[in-house]
Design a protein around this ligand. Structure first.
Ligand SMILES: [Zn+2]
Length: 200
């Protein structure tokens, strides 16, 4: 039978399992060492000081039996993983809320409409003097258009705020029309300025 010495880690492939059997390498009596480890958790005293390097494998061996303290340590990564998971879920929920489209109609094309809106929001930010500071609410009013276009309108006072030439944030208004055909912007107007006007 196989027997690993808990004192010196020597693996004895030919152990007999008899009472009083000794480790062929260090001479320790298996039963004694096993009892000591069971009672004390680790092998605290090494008979030979040179066994410092050997002491480590012994402790690893004992660790596999898992004392309560070590069990706690082991659960920490699990707790961390759970925390990260919940943070991710929260992020996805809030991010989804923040970028939710205006949903002009509850149709299967809602995701496409949301994409069109996102496209408009990005274009407005890019056209502004400071894209980082631009506040482009994700729920503008949508207005009816031709069947092949999405129309979004941020009215004055709806929360659309862009930086002006002096660094101040100003409330403004914008209109954005996106083609359903290629999801490109047909027409974008910010304030009184036409930013995009695609030729038909
Ligand atoms: Zn031994």
């Amino acid at each position: 039978m196989r027997k690993t010495c808990l004192k010196c880690s020597h693996l004895n492939l030919e152990a007999t399992g008899s009472i009083g059997e000794q480790c062929p390498k260090c001479g320790a009596i298996y039963a004694k060492v096993d009892r000591y480890v069971a009672e004390h958790g680790v092998l605290a005293v090494q008979r030979r000081p040179t066994g410092a390097a050997k002491a480590q494998p012994v402790q690893q061996e004992v660790a596999s039996e898992e004392t309560p303290a070590q069990g706690k340590k082991r659960t920490r990564p699990v707790v961390k993983a759970l925390a990260v998971f919940f943070a991710l879920v929260l992020f996805i929920v809030f991010y989804g809320e923040a970028t939710k489209g205006p949903a002009p109609a509850q149709s299967p094309a809602d995701t496409q409409a949301a994409g069109a809106l996102l496209h408009c929001q990005t274009a407005i930010r890019r056209a502004s003097r400071n894209a980082q500071r631009a506040v482009v609410p994700s729920v503008p009013q949508s207005f009816p258009l031709d069947a092949d276009q999405y129309g979004f309108e941020w009215k004055s006072g709806s929360g659309l705020q862009l930086q002006n030439g002096f660094g101040a944030m100003l409330d403004t208004y914008a209109t954005c029309v996106v083609s359903k055909r290629d999801l490109e912007i047909d027409w974008l107007e910010i304030g009184s300025e036409t930013v995009v006007r695609r030729a038909k």
